[in-house]
Design a protein around this ligand. Structure first.
Ligand code: ADP
Length: 455
């Protein structure tokens, strides 16, 4: 069958919805194609936190020394300066506007009085949606899209980009239950199909290290389809070898641990021997490497009730907490001995580690790893100890876009009618994406793609 819309969006994650909403607001008819039975992609299962310098929660908390420039510097440095400066500049300048758009137009609710300081950030600047997951974002984006009359087709897999004689992208060949469907696009096509973390062959093709020995935090739909489809019409790719593992994941399933977000409130990381081995707010790639270098290739996160009460990560992720307890991957203990014994960690060493942390918390100076958020006292129990391994999380590489989210060819020319945004692109995060930067990226460039395609 054949259908015609002004704009065809591939992928119903955060980038795809943001693009669709902007095109829809501009009066265009829009369809979103989603290959999975449900919408949301990795955005849905993420923590949903979003960095925005100078945001309203910072103001409420008295954090007045953040700026777009600092956010830019953190992001560039965090990616080993491999992000494209003019693209990162847009991200840093527009992130706040994107957050306000989510709040005011999409009606996303953020916590009014709590922020995370993710690894690599020099300021506490990550807004936290209620529930601490991307569900708040996706639910509200979907509601808004439906309100605008945007068509969402699930179980609809985009397979090929259609071009006319001039090379302009004019549609998408898709399939649903083995049935071919052609979508014609009057204005253009936006690729927002996410990364390739769930495609082991593709991971190995670009970085043999990230083979089947790694699990993944990603949804099964994250297979790089958009990259492959665009490459077939000569789109350029970059940064493909840079594949990020998330350091703190479930050792049985590979699923990201959001309970362990207590790390951003002061939880420490220790090895089997009971000692710290890395700064807990280091970049993800650094922490992952450090964990893999420890005995057994795993680590434990250790914190107390006082830290748990700051972010309430156990309450907000109660299902995950119970699952981890059941699997024997997390244990609540009255004493340090009890916690150590559960995982056969050296008791004496852990006690020594904890008394050093307590001292550093008091003096405000972590003499071992220079914790940038400041350590928190672990004097009082009860305690939590959680076993963790790194798991493939974000693929930094992907399509090359310009500042208007237009996809470029291997010769650096614009492909007319083709836009891309979100994890499918490869120019934002360089060698390593900082925590909380994915949502800022996908909303910002999703919106730009939607605005540009509607022009
Ligand atoms: P982003 O964070 O960039 O928005 P997500 O992972 O949140 O990325 O969303 C990408 C979405 O695209 C996922 O829901 C995924 O299932 C979907 N997707 C991937 N490949 C295709 C395809 N070939 N056709 C349609 N949808 C796709």
């Amino acid at each position: 069958s054949e259908q015609t819309y002004d704009v065809v969006v591939i992928g119903a994650g955060g980038a795809g919805f943001s693009a669709a909403l902007e095109a829809g607001e501009a009066g265009k008819s829009v369809v979103i194609l989603e290959k999975m039975p449900t919408v949301g992609g990795n955005t849905l299962i993420s923590g949903g936190e979003m960095n925005a310098p100078n945001n309203w929660v910072q103001q409420a908390l008295g954090i007045t020394d953040d700026s777009a420039e600092l956010f830019y510097e953190d992001t560039m440095k965090g990616g080993d300066n491999l992000g494209q400066p003019e693209i990162v500049k847009i991200l840093s300048e527009k992130a706040l506007g994107s957050a306000e758009w989510l709040r005011d137009v999409v009606k996303v609710e953020f916590l009014p009085d709590h922020l995370f300081q993710f690894g690599g950030h020099s300021r506490k600047r990550a807004l936290i949606p209620v529930g601490h997951t991307g569900a708040e974002l996706i639910t509200k984006l979907k509601t808004k899209a439906e309100g605008l009359g945007i068509t969402i087709k699930t179980n609809m897999k985009a397979e090929e980009l259609l071009t006319d004689d001039s090379g302009r992208v004019v549609g998408v060949e898709a399939s649903t239950n083995g049935q071919k469907v052609t979508f014609h696009a009057n204005n253009g096509v936006i690729i927002a199909s996410g990364g390739f973390g769930s495609n082991i062959e593709m991971r190995k093709q670009y970085n043999p290290e990230l083979d089947e020995s790694y699990m993944s935090t990603d949804t099964p739909g994250t297979t790089g389809d958009g990259i492959i489809m665009a490459q077939a019409i000569n789109a350029d790719i970059t940064n493909m070898e840079n594949i990020q593992t998330y350091p703190i994941c479930n050792p049985i399933t590979g699923v990201i641990s959001l309970v362990a977000d207590s790390r951003f409130d002061g939880a420490i990381l220790i090895n089997q021997g009971g000692t710290r081995f890395v700064e807990e707010l280091e970049r993800r790639d650094v922490i992952s490497k450090a964990i893999l270098a420890q005995e057994g290739g795993y680590a434990y996160q250790f914190w107390n009730q006082e830290i748990a009460d700051i972010g309430k990560t156990i309450e907000v992720h109660q299902d995950e907490y119970e699952q981890l307890i059941k699997e024997g991957m997390l244990y609540k203990a009255d004493t340090i001995e009890d916690a150590a014994n559960f995982f056969k960690v050296d008791v004496q060493t852990l006690k020594e580690t904890v008394s050093k942390v307590n001292e550093y918390a008091k003096t405000g100076k972590d003499l071992d790893y220079n914790h940038r958020g400041g350590l928190v006292s672990l004097e009082k129990g009860p305690y939590y100890i959680q076993k963790a391994v790194p798991s493939v999380h974000h693929t930094m590489g992907g399509l090359v876009i310009d500042t208007k989210a237009r996809v470029l060819t291997t010769e650096g020319k614009v492909i007319p009618g083709l836009y891309a945004a979100g994890e499918v692109t490869g120019v934002v995060h360089g060698a390593n994406r900082l925590g909380g930067n994915a949502i800022s990226d996908i909303i910002t460039f999703g919106r730009i793609a939607g605005q540009e395609v509607a022009k």
